[in-house]
Design a protein around this ligand. Structure first.
Ligand code: FAD
Length: 376
């Protein structure tokens, strides 16, 4: 941590290692929903966190990387040194072995945040109301998710929710309870059975989402949605809502805000050109369950495909996709040229690998400068 509001995290650090110490200085990091996710892997893929609508992607808030390149050099990549590598690592995936990362922090000590719960039978009404709320022009300092949350009937799950199914809204507001309450009024009118909204510290914000904080055998996958009209809500309810028999947890996260704005100087994933992220998953402890859950997840994504955004998102993609589907065409072309320059033999294999451009494709990057310009 430093007085210039940056944090330096080494490879292997998880968000809990950064969020707590940052809070000790009255600062917040752009962590995601889990304290247990790696800072480097999350940021190389973009990094959509709870404060992202206000401050942007984690990748857009990197000051520098320290990395070992495929040819064995230890380099610092920032806006002035190794600028192409710096650009590619910010949302393009793995182009070098990152050993440390320097990230911007923000002066936030508390947020008004928590969960609203309903029995899953209320999900038609709640999800339609949530859709209307997120389509109503919410301020960037307010973030919500909607989830179908289904708990297995196993002893690890606490008694009150064991084997239960719920419709759950997470809300995080960077402001006062009064402002947050006003924004949540349309949902509170639907009488949640549990309402945990309160002012909480930044380290406490790592837990309400209840992401598993230890390894769990599971299957999941996601897509980005360009829009979520009422007919898309009806489709999702039909495939994963109450009475469908679906075993899946399905999350819709409201994205947009600063994460959707392309700023000069941003990296390869300069912005997420989508308004919602959709992720479906479930625990899958046996090979049969892996098959069945995988099939169910694919059915949800396919049902929602008519509203999919043009680009999908590295961090929420758990199946093999065409690498060209993650970025706009000119960004993908530039990533392939950077890959050819920094790792021509493809020594460093990312989860979603990018093939190096062929020699005849490694032309001077006349259009590369244009990629960094704001889209408007
Ligand atoms: C419970 C949970 C919650 C999540 N919540 C969010 C969320 O809110 N927002 C979001 O955007 N994503 C979220 N994700 C997705 C997460 O960001 C990705 O799975 C990410 O790839 C995890 O990185 P990792 O370092 O933890 O995992 P790892 O498996 O260690 O790394 C994933 C990949 O990142 C690359 N990588 C990691 N470290 C390095 C390194 N040092 N140098 C070079 N390449 C490296 C490699 O390609 C590696 O295969 C979540 C995932 C989980 C499991």
């Amino acid at each position: 941590m430093s007085i210039d509001r940056t944090a330096r995290a080494q490879a292997g650090a998880v968000w809990a290692d950064v969020v707590g110490p940052a809070a000790g200085h009255g600062l917040a990091a752009l962590a995601g929903s889990s304290p247990d996710v790696g800072v480097v892997g999350y940021t190389l893929g973009g990094g959509m966190g709870w404060l992202g609508r206000a401050y942007g992607l984690s990748a857009s808030n990197v000051e520098s990387f320290e990395a070992v390149t495929a040819d064995g050099r230890l380099v610092r990549a920032d806006a002035c040194t190794e600028p192409d590598l710096f650009w590619a690592l910010r949302g393009g995936g793995s182009f070098a072995m990152v050993t440390a990362i320097e990230l911007r922090l923000f002066p936030v000590t508390e947020v008004y945040a928590g969960l609203l719960w309903w029995p899953i039978e209320a999900s038609d009404e709640v999800l339609h109301a949530w859709q209307e709320l997120t389509a109503s022009g919410l301020p960037d300092d307010f973030t919500t998710t909607f989830r179908f949350l289904r708990f297995p009937d196993v002893p690890d799950v606490p008694e009150p929710v064991r084997g239960g199914a719920f419709a759950v809204v997470d809300a995080i507001h960077l402001g006062t309870p009064a402002e947050g309450e006003a924004l949540l009024a349309p949902l509170r009118k639907l009488r949640p059975v549990t309402d945990t909204m309160a002012m909480i510290s930044m380290p406490a914000l790592s837990h309400p989402h209840m992401d598993p904080e230890h390894p769990v055998p599971g299957v999941g996958d996601g897509i980005m949605l360009a829009s979520l009209p009422p007919e898309a809500v009806t489709r999702l309810l039909g495939v994963a809502g109450a009475g469908t028999g679906s075993p899946l947890g399905v999350e819709l996260r409201h994205v947009g805000g600063e994460m959707k704005r392309t700023r000069p100087g941003n990296g390869a994933l300069a912005a997420v050109n989508a308004d919602y992220a959709l992720f479906a998953a479930s625990a899958a402890p046996t090979p049969q369950a892996v098959w069945a859950i995988g099939h169910g997840v694919a059915a949800v994504l396919s049902a929602m495909a008519p509203w999919a955004a043009a680009q999908t998102y590295l961090n929420l993609t758990e199946t093999r996709r065409d690498p060209a589907s993650f970025w706009a065409p000119q960004v993908y072309d530039r990533l392939r040229r950077v890959k050819a320059a920094v790792d021509p033999t493809d020594l460093i294999r990312a989860n979603h690998p990018i093939p190096p451009a062929r020699p005849e494709q490694v032309a001077p990057s006349a259009q590369d400068h244009a990629i960094l310009q704001p889209a408007g």
